[in-house]
Design a binder for this molecule. Structure first.
Ligand SMILES: NC(=O)c1ccc[n+]([C@@H]2O[C@H](COP(=O)([O-])OP(=O)(O)OC[C@H]3O[C@@H](n4cnc5c(N)ncnc54)[C@H](O)[C@@H]3O)[C@@H](O)[C@H]2O)c1
Length: 246
């Protein structure tokens, strides 16, 4: 299968860590130009340096409209175009609703939803001009609901509505918009949880595919959706959950 990602320019938000960095590395290995856009600018730059040529690290806060505009302009200036946007930046503020404060709600909703809105709006003019583009939104299996994650579940479900709406709106410009919904993926965030061992043991016993997910499992789905192979797939969601749907 030829992915056709050579010389394509990809922006990955939240690309300095975890799943985002693995997507950046895998895209880079396919010959793409990669912009790692992250709140942690220093780490984004060192991650880009790790990849070498055809990679740039840019400090960007996806909830800040101006910061997003500058990040997209710098990417286009450096590589001459923007072809793929991966809306990956995300975070959790887990707690039961009685304890959840307004800022816990707003932070999660804003980074996931407003961030995807600002970033998508900033790249669409490039896509329209070149009549080609891909948006891949990193949702979560939690869109189906998780106890203690009202904010996160709502945000990740909202991201799927955004995905469908954008797919319908942007299809005429040969732009596809899809989502990936990962299950539990072994990033630092998850491995540092105090009850990580319990999560692992439970997953190994209960999941149809009896292991936790790796960032590369998510990366493979993202690469496929970004590729020419997925040119007739839009508004859809790929679950990368090892078979867990509830
Ligand atoms: N790890 C999992 O099990 C899992 C499961 C399902 C979905 N996801 C989703 O995958 C994505 C990546 O998760 P991860 O586990 O790699 O997380 P992570 O915490 O390792 O990385 C997230 C990155 O996003 C960046 N970020 C946070 N707020 C930002 C902002 N305002 N602007 C720009 N960057 C910002 C962080 O600096 C960080 O580098 C997230 O959207 C997450 O919700 C993760």
């Amino acid at each position: 299968m030829h992915l056709g990602l050579e010389n394509k320019t990809i922006i990955i938000t939240g690309g300095a860590n975890g799943i985002g960095f693995v997507i950046a590395r895998m895209m880079h290995e396919e010959g793409a130009n990669v912009a790692i856009a992250d709140l942690n600018g220093e780490l984004a730059e060192s991650r880009a340096a790790e990849l070498g040529e055809r990679a740039v690290g840019i400090e960007c806060d996806v909830v800040d409209e101006q910061s997003v505009a500058t990040m997209v302009a710098r990417t286009a200036e450096r590589f001459g175009a923007v072809h793929v946007l991966v809306n990956n930046a995300g975070l959790t503020r887990d707690m039961r609703i009685e304890k959840m404060q307004e800022r816990d709600w707003d932070t999660v909703i804003d980074v996931v939803l407003k961030g995807a809105f600002f970033c998508t709006r900033a790249v669409v003019p490039f896509f329209r001009e070149q009549q080609w583009g891909r948006v891949i939104n990193i949702s979560s299996r939690a869109y189906l609901g998780n106890s203690g994650q009202a904010n996160y579940s709502a945000a990740k479900a909202g991201l799927l509505g955004f995905t469908r709406a954008m797919a319908m709106e942007q299809g005429r410009n040969n732009v596809t918009v899809n989502a990936v919904a990962p299950g539990i993926i072994t990033t630092d965030m998850v491995q540092n949880l105090p009850h990580f061992e319990k999560i692992k043991v439970n997953a190994e016993a209960a999941l149809p595919i009896r292991r936790l997910g790796e960032p590369e499992d998510v990366g493979n789905a993202v690469l496929f959706l970004a590729s020419e192979c997925a040119s007739y797939i839009t508004g859809d969601v790929i679950h990368v959950t090892g078979g867990r749907y509830g």
